[in-house]
Write a protein that binds this ligand. Sequence first.
Ligand code: FE2
Length: 205
Amino acid sequence: MTGRLPGDWQHDVVAAAAAAEFRDFPRTPLLSREAEEVAFISRGRVHADQVRRDLPWLQRLYRGYFLELAGRTSPERVQPASDHRYGLVLNVQRGATMRFECHVDSNPLTGLLFCTDHPAGSGGELVFGHDLAAADVDAVERDGTVIRPRAGQLIFFDGRQYPHYARPLSSESDLRVVAVMNYYTESCPESTRPPELNRHLFGDA
Ligand SMILES: [Fe+2]
């Protein structure tokens, strides 16, 4: 995708990621596939309003060229989220203790634009479990597909069935940033998004 991105896109993204909210995030209702004893997962989030403000070119791609590409992956009409709070956000991992929660998605089509490179052995891989019933990271790791992020690579998937998570980084000085884009289809429209998720993330419905 790098030909479609501004020349200094990675610099912009890393700068935006520095302003992420870093904290322990409680496990997500309904969608979490973490072991029961895991109450919190530490990570960073650049919220949708920050992305719109700091990375307007990414917002345009979400609703423009990336939407067009998303549409090619589905026999159905694909739409971006109309609620700006969860359409496009950045997930950020800094250092070796953060990771992304093992979960399934509620939206039928997710786009990820990897914004940082993670060579073999450095961690940060996205792992999809093959077992629909996998209910923790160990189960996903026992039988899964590993995707190593490459900056500028865009992938689309339906993450409603297969549990997935992002491994921690190996180095305390490393940074992982991914842009996460929620898309919807006619058979699974935005109105199906569980209200519990918005209450959990934003404190309201
Ligand atoms: Fe997901």
